[in-house]
Design a protein around this ligand. Structure first.
Ligand code: ACO
Length: 429
């Protein structure tokens, strides 16, 4: 049995050194510090996108590429979805264990009393243009929340920190729903004490003049499942943004706002929308073979397929696909579902996709599920951000309590010019 080390030889100088391998990783500092000089690091790790760099140790979420596995605190997402609720999963992410009945009752109570927002937050949202993107309103509103709590920045204070965590989890649905109502020109709906977390979200979005709004249990459950499958996904771009911004010791509202902004970009947050657009453009199963040929020729992208980590079917895609059957039990299914299924069927039989590890991801069925619940496309990102806020806050908490973590401050390979003589404006050509 060999040693758990890596021996590195610098062939420029013949210098040789041994680096420890722990948990399948080498420390970048061990690799680079032998080259430290008074002029600088001498050698750095070049990893654009950090795709080959573990930026933290984390005990929250485990993803494995093949077979596609997603676990939170050791529990498989399939088991959580079958037996739990989003709020229980949020508790698990934040606290490391599933709650006892008493712990859960306390958690729900603590959230329930914190789900309201200051009246000025409403005015803040009302200051946006009538057609502002709900994600822009949500990001700005959650960032602004920090200014409402004098202890928001006391991130070393355990009690203050606990308050911010509960406030964030409790208020994200309220902010998201208010952004939706404002965009629709509808009055805000106050959160209600007699609805679940997810039922309240539906009520705040869809309640009109009913004396007592009761969401359909099936739709409430479907949205709860959507929230559960989006609750955390280890070091995604948005989570990395939360950790990076949080590492500067900003208040957690600002860190979560960074996550919302990251999610609003087309590389991630809009993939569910792009998938729906693609399905609509295809329109029918008959269009699938020609489309896949265009994808293989590099003329089109197959949205809802492929993933940075998974090299198998994303387990969340399977969960949402099964749920669509339940949602469509008592009404005709969207014709786009058949198109999505046919894409999955043909891609699973095609060497091009198999050899590249391109399988269905969560977005193949997420947009269809939102639409089946009645949630419009402009709100897909907001729903994702509400769901992911539990994961972001858990990751933020883990980061600021991890003694190994420091302010994120990467290096670069400078490629620009140096030592240029300054040219005055009158002499510039
Ligand atoms: N459609 C067509 N070709 C694809 C796709 C796709 N969806 N995904 C990967 N490929 C091809 C690439 O063109 C490349 O081919 P090549 O080797 O001939 O050049 C090869 O597969 C590897 O592609 P990469 O871009 O290196 O793979 P990566 O793992 O970085 O891509 C990504 C991941 C960006 C998610 C990609 O699969 C993609 O664009 N998917 C569509 C958009 C989408 O659904 N996004 C949601 C992601 S899931 C999530 O965020 C939860």
């Amino acid at each position: 049995m060999g040693r758990n080390t890596l021996t590195v030889t610098d062939n420029r100088t013949g210098q040789k050194f041994e680096v420890a391998i722990e948990r399948g990783a080498v420390r970048a500092a061990d690799l680079t510090s032998p080259f430290l000089t008074s002029a600088g690091p001498g050698l750095v790790i070049y990893d654009p996108g950090l795709a080959h760099t573990a930026i933290c140790s984390s005990s929250i979420t485990n993803i494995q590429l093949a077979p596609g596995l997603l676990e939170h605190r050791g529990y498989r997402i399939e088991d959580l979805v079958e037996n739990s609720t989003y709020l229980e999963v949020a508790y698990l992410l934040l606290n490391g264990e599933l709650p006892t009945a008493d712990q859960f009752a306390d958690f729900q109570k603590a959230l329930s009393t914190r789900k309201f927002v200051h009246e000025n937050v409403k005015s803040f949202i009302q200051g946006f243009r009538y057609d502002a993107e709900p994600m822009a309103m949500l990001a700005a509103a959650v960032g602004a929340l920090g200014s409402f709590y004098p202890d928001a920045g006391a991130i070393e204070d355990i009690d203050a920190r606990a308050s911010q965590i509960m406030r964030l989890v409790a208020k994200m649905p309220t902010l998201g729903a208010y952004a939706f109502r404002y965009g629709n020109g509808q009055p805000f709906v106050h959160p209600s004490d007699d609805l679940s977390y997810t039922g309240n979200l539906l009520s705040m979005m869809f309640r009109m003049s009913e004396l007592q709004y009761r969401p359909s249990p099936k739709l409430e459950r479907a949205l709860d499942v959507l929230l559960m499958v989006h609750a955390d996904h280890e070091q995604s771009a948005a989570t990395t943004a939360v950790r990076a911004v949080g590492s500067a010791h900003v208040d957690p509202y600002a860190a979560v706002a960074a996550g919302v902004y990251a999610l609003s970009g087309p590389m991630r947050g809009n993939a569910d929308r792009d998938t729906l657009r693609m399905l609509r453009e295809l329109g029918a199963v008959a269009a699938v073979p020609a489309f896949l040929e265009r994808v293989k020729a590099g003329q089109d992208r197959l949205f809802g397929f492929g993933h940075w980590v998974y090299r198998a079917v994303d387990p969340r895609a399977k969960i949402l696909r099964a749920q669509l059957d339940t949602l469509y039990e008592d009404r005709p299914a969207s014709p786009l579902l058949a198109v999505a299924d046919e894409l999955a069927r043909q891609a699973a039989d095609d060497a091009y996709f198999l050899s590249r590890g391109i399988y269905p991801n969560v977005d193949l069925y997420a947009g269809l599920t939102y639409e089946a619940i009645g949630i419009t496309q402009s709100m897909f990102g907001v729903m994702f951000a509400i769901a992911r806020s539990a994961g972001w806050i858990a990751q933020w908490l883990e980061m600021i309590t991890d003694t190994e973590q420091t302010t994120v401050r990467p290096r670069q390979l400078y490629t620009g010019p140096s030592h240029r003589p300054y040219v005055s404006v009158t002499e510039r050509s």
